[in-house]
Design a protein around this ligand. Structure first.
Ligand SMILES: *[C@@H]1O[C@H](CO)[C@@H](O)[C@H](O)[C@H]1NC(C)=O
Length: 282
């Protein structure tokens, strides 16, 4: 009896370990900074929380750098009053001048007011390419999947199953195509710009603020040393030449028409010398 119980306990432990390791992505792939907590849900899925209080926010960033790939994560945003907070999932080549970056950032809002998703592309240090969207669901009520597809033809932003933006490469215009990037997720106090241009600050009475991430995946190539070809997983044609088809351009148009909050290509005040080249070519 005792032996049997011990055996089944061992089996249970083995099963738990198997299911946990299958989805243990945080410490395997990322370095953490600030307030970060990793738990497992009842399905054995790792759920990482970033926590923001007066002292600090939280972040995790990949040790590996990538050059092209599909990067996806599920996020459940701060409930209630999230004004002034910024929650992100993005790729960046680093901090230096001329850096490349691909952003999905959520700007919090007062209770009952809509969160805004900022999408942006930085190429050679220029990042004035924001398109911002309201969401068609409450991003704090449940997990939703946010995906960045990055290849040498375009960058595509996806929310759950719907494509909301495609940023195409044009041979004569800057494009993030040469610098490897790492994957970052952060939660920070963005009071000075996030909510209604900084008019609404973080209300610390509501702290700590918590964002949860799960189901991370990177199907991506890695640089393989100077002058060598990239090291890519099998079957990269799934995404290496991925572009939107007509139906998918349809969802981009739908998002633009119904949920767009800001489009740099329509902000004439900001570009008195004329819009960036890609604005007239998409
Ligand atoms: C917050 O809510 C206000 C009022 O509905 C809205 O105008 C604004 O775009 C929302 N988002 C941010 C980030 O300020």
């Amino acid at each position: 009896m005792a032996a049997r119980r011990a055996l089944s306990a061992a089996v249970a432990v083995a099963l738990l370990a198997a299911s946990a390791s299958a989805d243990s992505w945080l410490y395997e792939k990322f370095t953490t900074d600030g307030h970060v907590r990793a738990d497992y849900n009842a399905q054995g899925q790792q759920v990482t929380s970033l926590i923001l209080d007066r002292q600090s926010g939280g972040a995790f960033y990949s040790r590996q750098k990538y050059l092209y790939g599909v990067f996806s994560i599920q996020m459940k945003l701060i409930r209630g009053n999230s004004a002034g907070t910024v929650t992100s999932f993005y790729l960046t080549s680093g901090d230096g001048p001329g850096h490349d970056e691909i952003d999905m950032e959520f700007m919090g809002n007062s209770t009952g007011e809509p969160v805004v998703l900022n999408t942006n592309v930085w190429a050679a240090g220029d990042g004035k390419k924001e398109q911002q969207f309201y969401l068609w669901f409450d991003p704090a009520a449940d997990f939703h999947t946010y995906t960045i597809i990055w290849n040498d033809r375009n960058i595509i932003f996806k929310v759950d199953d719907l494509f909301i933006r495609s940023f195409r490469r044009h041979a004569d215009l800057p494009y993030p195509g040469g610098k490897p990037m790492s994957v970052h997720a952060t939660l920070w106090d963005g009071s000075f710009w996030a909510t209604q241009q900084g008019k609404v600050k973080v209300d610390w009475a509501g702290a700590p603020f918590v964002v949860s991430y799960r189901g991370y995946s990177a199907d991506a190539c890695t640089p393989n040393g100077e002058g060598k070809p990239l090291a890519c997983p099998a079957g990269t044609d799934r995404w290496m030449s991925r572009q939107l088809d007509a139906a998918e351009w349809g969802t981009v148009a739908w998002a633009k028409q119904n949920y767009m909050h800001y489009n740099y290509c329509e902000d004439g005040w900001r570009f008195p010398q004329g819009f960036p080249g890609e604005c007239s070519r998409n």
